[in-house]
Design a protein. Structure first.
Lengths: 245, 109
């Protein structure tokens, strides 16, 4: 109940207070929280677009399941554009709230709140929030998330943008599942960009979980994304590895 | 547009709540890092609750790839795990922290 109240408050704050396009190392959040879980997470992504410099991003994070409904993760983020040196990009604090037990409601629901402090202070700071949804159909798991993103106190015009992320996977075996993922953004949440200016990517993805004994588990997922709109990168490779202990 | 978005979220959150409650319950106990019973028969095609009572001192994680459920249950506490509706069949589960001994199966028929 406290989680639901916090979600409503944050949603209102963000709408009146933006969505940006996905970073190359973005990933699809799922609504479930594992209480007491500790994890080290590595993410990496690289995107290329003809006529433009390749953009790469990576991050390392520490996560912890604080309560049965609240998971926090602290990220250090890095990026690299073209032939420039890799640089420290930002610190990010991610909060995930599980709103229902898996299977309790018709659709499993959660809520994401991310606060990012960019290294470049001219970017201000960034808030990203939105609901997380999951629905299982037998061995097929589907996820769809709407995310609002906005920079505050930045040198540029502050706009709230709407993005989304989705995945569908066939849960074949614990160590190997396969499916597809997609990421995109439509521009300002209340005044969408023209279709040619929106960013939409999608492509095949693989997933898996490898038990290492006791509490130790290695989880992975990776995708090769292709552009589905002219403003999107031609190709993006992204991956995420989590070591839980 | 703003009000539509808020309305959509409100409808999604409240409408799904209506599905909660009234499911048949089935009890499972964890003791000495083993599930009891280790086989549990449930009706197929029905959403149900597994009430898992962890009587051990330490935490255990109910884990089932077949049921797509992972749930950490602290020591000396209970947890509710929603499953189904299930097609007839066998759905193995385990305690991930003690996987050599904590094994079980849900049989839907």
């Amino acid at each position: 109940m406290r989680a639901r109240a916090a979600v409503v408050t944050l949603l209102i704050a963000a709408v009146y207070g933006p969505v940006a396009y996905a970073d190359p190392d973005d990933y699809v959040s799922t609504p479930a929280v594992e209480y007491g879980e500790r994890e080290v997470e590595l993410r990496f992504g690289t995107a290329s677009k003809s006529g433009e410099d390749r953009e790469s991003a990576g991050s390392i994070a520490l996560g912890y399941g604080v309560t049965p409904w609240w998971f926090i993760e602290l990220y250090g983020r890095f990026n690299r554009a073209g032939s420039n040196a890799t640089r420290f990009d930002a610190v990010e604090w991610e909060n995930k709230f599980q709103l229902s037990e898996p299977g309790e409601w018709f659709i499993d629901a959660g809520f994401l709140v991310e606060i990012e402090w960019p290294h470049d202070r001219a970017e201000g700071y960034e808030l990203r929030i939105g609901p997380l949804f999951q629905k299982d159909f037998g061995l097929v798991q589907t996820n769809f998330n709407f995310l609002l993103e906005r920079h505050f106190r930045s040198d540029e015009r502050e706009v709230t943008e709407l993005g989304y992320q989705w995945q569908m996977k066939y849960r074949w075996r614990p160590d190997f599942e396969f499916g597809a993922q997609g990421f995109g953004g439509v521009g300002p949440w209340n005044d969408w960009d023209a279709a040619r200016d929106q960013s939409h990517t999608l492509g095949p993805a693989v997933f898996g979980k490898l038990p290492l004994g006791g509490r130790q588990v290695l989880k992975y997922n990776a995708a090769l994304l292709f552009k589905a709109s002219s403003a999107a990168p031609d190709r993006t490779f992204r991956m995420q590895v989590e070591y839980e202990f | 547009m703003r009000s539509r978005l808020l309305l959509l979220v409100a409808v999604l959150l409240t409408s799904t709540t209506a599905y909660a409650g009234g499911e048949p319950e089935f009890a499972l106990t964890i003791r000495d890092h083993k599930f009891s019973p280790s086989e549990i028969t449930v009706p197929a095609g029905v959403k149900l609750k597994l009430i898992v009572d962890n009587q051990d001192q330490g935490a255990e994680e109910f884990d089932s790839h077949a049921l797509n459920r992972e749930k950490v249950i602290p020591g000396k506490s209970k947890a509710t795990i929603f499953v189904g509706p299930l097609a007839p069949g066998r759905y193995p589960f385990m305690g991930e922290f003690n996987a050599t001994t904590a094994q079980g199966v849900v049989i839907a028929q």
